[in-house]
Design a protein around this ligand. Structure first.
Ligand code: SAM
Length: 197
């Protein structure tokens, strides 16, 4: 089984009008997504932002939990954040993974809306592909109003959107990551012992 990586992209993403922008880092995304990633055995979680001040902010959070006062107070959080790294660009993420794994990852995008003219896979198929290949995979998540078209186009595979039931499709990225990781890497549900009782 190849290593699975995640990246939270703050650039390039879309704004409300569809323009390509850089979004601001939400500190909650750093912690919560690291915990989900650590829970599902993700090998590395990259927070991607080209803005230096934002890189400093994320590194300060990581520092606090990895070595600072946070480590002794909440060791689990420290462990989760140990897989988190800041990266200036998606290109840097690809280089970092390639150096560590000896080959480039297969890249998967996630989005709330389906992209036409793009090879798409269901979560089940993408999870099976990740489990059967020996090379690394990288799952990309957006911020703002989602990953920019250029990212959706450059990636190898687009994963079909998570569909709820109520016609409302505005998951926070933190929820989308947790649901995605469970669908891609979670163990099948254990049969209930209470069935029929
Ligand atoms: N500011 C927002 C927040 O509350 O987190 C950021 C929203 S951002 C567009 C949401 C990201 O979560 C998307 O880029 C995508 O990666 C993922 N996402 C959201 N809804 C999804 C869905 N239905 N299926 C798959 N991924 C989804």
């Amino acid at each position: 089984v190849g290593a699975v990586y995640c990246a939270l992209v703050h650039h390039p993403v879309r704004d409300r009008e569809g323009r390509t922008v850089t979004s601001a880092v939400t500190t909650l995304d750093v912690h919560d997504i690291a915990r989900s990633c650590r829970t599902y055995g993700v090998a590395g979680y990259f927070v991607v932002t080209p803005i230096e001040a934002q890189q400093v902010l994320v590194n300060r959070i990581l520092e606090h939990w990895r070595t600072g006062a946070g480590k002794t107070r909440m060791p689990e959080r420290s462990e989760a954040l140990s897989i988190c790294r800041v990266s200036a660009s998606l290109a840097d993420v690809l280089v970092a993974i390639s150096e560590r794994e000896g080959r480039a990852p297969i890249t998967y995008t996630t989005a709330a809306r389906a992209m036409a003219a793009k090879p798409t896979m269901t979560y089940a198929a993408a999870g099976a592909a990740m489990a059967s290949q020996s090379g690394p995979s990288l799952v990309l998540f957006g911020t703002g109003h989602g990953l920019a078209t250029e990212v959706l186009e450059m990636a190898d595979v687009g994963i079909e959107p998570i569909a709820g039931r109520a016609g409302f499709n505005h998951l926070s990225v933190r929820s989308a990551v947790a649901i995605s990781l469970d669908r891609l890497l979670g163990s099948p549900a254990t049969p209930s012992h209470n069935q029929g009782g």
